[in-house]
Design a protein around this ligand. Structure first.
Ligand SMILES: [Zn+2]
Length: 411
């Protein structure tokens, strides 16, 4: 299992800095000029490497692989855990990588679906995922997060053999990134699952089994399968289809649903969606502002034009929502954000010196009294008392406008 997994399942990585690449398989180094499209062949051990830009000098890998066998009437799935520790500083020792392999779990399944689990003890929680102890018959009841002896396997050994009933379903040695137990339990539930299994779209199958939303994407999935487009990252692909829908793109068109570079295309559409959302929000705000302006006029137009003062201070009614916004911005208070312009009982006046706001006054136009008068950052200005006095002295002007309207309405 290990020699096969080393070659076909474990990753072969090279970490590149500016001038050189370290091969994490043999700890040898070679110049970055040998790297083409993030790939290179190590000049020492000839491993075909995927190159990452990184200053890292160690690497750990943890994978599960399995071998399917037939024993009597049982289908047996033998699961192995493989760990590898790569360290560039071990280059002078014989082996720069340490490997650990251990058979940790066997599933014994009868044709009628009955099964037993024969495994080491699996401890699986937020902090730890480990196998220990002797192989023994283990609990097969589903726990809170599913049975902990049912887990994803990165790859099945090519010598795997499956009983004919499973072969008919579409299961073969290519099965990967999905659990056999889950497949035999869930695939018979929906014809789409069987189609996905036969098309070897394992990542998509696992994703849809998990989310139960295959119907939402099925039309687009069919187009992918017709075009022999393999989806290797189902969650990004589904997210991408959602983006296409949001942006009214044709999700039945191979040009859109089978992108050459999914990750890149996904990111482009995420940015597009953000711009679209911003546009919609701006439009909403603009409509709301117009709406507010209309409402404000209906409520307060009778008081427009009111203006009084003395030799220094001029006090006037604010006559538009925009004026409330500017007043709030200049004095750093909440006359705009708290939408005083839409309050039926309130009339907002601005006290100004040389046309610069000094305080903002709220008058209750039912009781004809001052509710508050506030200057910069809600504090009183030096002219506070003088402003209060001026407003009180001229309250009759405000009252007159209101009674004039009443008379007009009753007449
Ligand atoms: Zn090498």
């Amino acid at each position: 299992m290990l020699s096969w997994a080393k070659k076909h399942v474990l990753e072969h990585k090279g970490f590149a800095t500016k001038n050189r690449v370290i091969c994490m398989d043999c700890a040898g180094t070679f110049p970055t000029t040998l790297v083409k499209r993030k790939r290179a062949t190590c000049s020492h051990c000839k491993a075909k490497l995927t190159i990452e830009e990184s200053r890292k000098t160690t690497l750990e890998q943890h994978i599960y692989v399995a071998m399917a066998e037939i024993y009597g009437e049982f289908q047996v799935i033998r699961n192995f855990e493989i760990r590898s520790y790569h360290n560039k500083y071990r280059q002078y020792s014989k082996e720069p990588v340490r490997y650990y392999v251990s058979e940790i779990c066997q599933h014994w399944i009868l044709p009628n679906g009955k099964m037993e689990i024969y495994a080491q003890l699996h401890t699986s929680n937020m902090l730890c995922d480990s196998w220990s102890g002797e192989m023994a018959i283990r609990d097969k009841s589903p726990g809170w997060y599913g049975n902990k002896y049912d887990f994803y396997v990165n790859k099945y050994h090519p010598d795997s053999v499956f009983q004919s009933q499973y072969k008919k379903m579409g299961i073969d040695k290519d099965l990967e990134n999905i659990s056999f137990l889950e497949v035999i339990k869930k695939v018979p539930l929906r014809p789409q699952y069987e189609t996905l299994l036969k098309a070897k779209q394992y990542d998509l199958l696992g994703y849809f089994i998990d989310k139960g939303n295959v119907h939402q994407y099925w039309q687009s999935v069919k187009i992918c399968m017709r075009n022999k487009y393999k989806i290797t990252d189902a969650s990004i692909w589904c997210d991408y289809i959602d983006l296409l829908r949001y942006l009214n793109k044709d999700t039945h068109n191979a040009h859109y649903v089978c992108p050459k570079n999914l990750k890149k295309q996904h990111d482009i559409y995420v940015a597009k969606k953000r711009r679209e959302q911003q546009k919609r929000e701006d439009e909403r705000n603009r409509k709301q502002a117009l709406e507010n302006e209309k409402l404000f006029k209906e409520l307060k137009a009778d008081f427009f034009g009111i203006c009084f003062g003395d030799d220094k201070i001029m006090i006037k009614v604010l006559e538009s929502v925009q004026e409330h916004l500017e007043e709030g911005d200049k004095l750093h208070h909440c006359v705009f954000t708290n939408q005083y312009f839409l309050k039926k009982k309130s009339l907002i006046l601005s006290a100004r010196i040389n046309n610069e706001p000094v305080e903002t006054i709220e008058v209750n136009i039912e009781k004809f009294k001052i509710e508050q008068s506030r200057g910069l950052q809600n504090k009183n200005s030096d002219y506070h008392d003088r402003i209060i006095e001026l407003v009180n002295k001229n309250m009759s002007v405000i009252r007159k406008r209101k009674t004039a309207k009443k008379k007009l309405l009753t007449a």
